[in-house]
Write a protein that binds this ligand. Structure first.
Ligand SMILES: [Zn+2]
Length: 71
């Protein structure tokens, strides 16, 4: 099983903010300049701006074809 040069699928990058006031986790689209333990966006739940980016990760969109995926 070889991984050839087929169509590249780019993962969507997400950032996860954790509110320091209410503990709410918010998953959102990654924005330029985000970094782990950087300042996140304003909390949607309690409107606090005291949020921290706690995770940044890429997710592949659900595959539309039957190619094998790496686990
Ligand atoms: Zn909050």
């Amino acid at each position: 099983m070889l991984f050839g040069k087929k169509k590249e699928i780019k993962p969507e990058i997400y950032s996860e903010d954790t509110c320091q006031s209410c503990g709410e986790n918010t998953k959102r689209q990654f924005e330029e300049g985000d970094y782990v333990y950087g300042t996140g966006l304003q909390c949607k739940k309690c409107s606090s701006s005291n949020t921290l980016v706690t995770a940044i990760y890429g997710e592949y969109p659900p595959d539309d074809k039957s190619s094998s995926t790496r686990a």
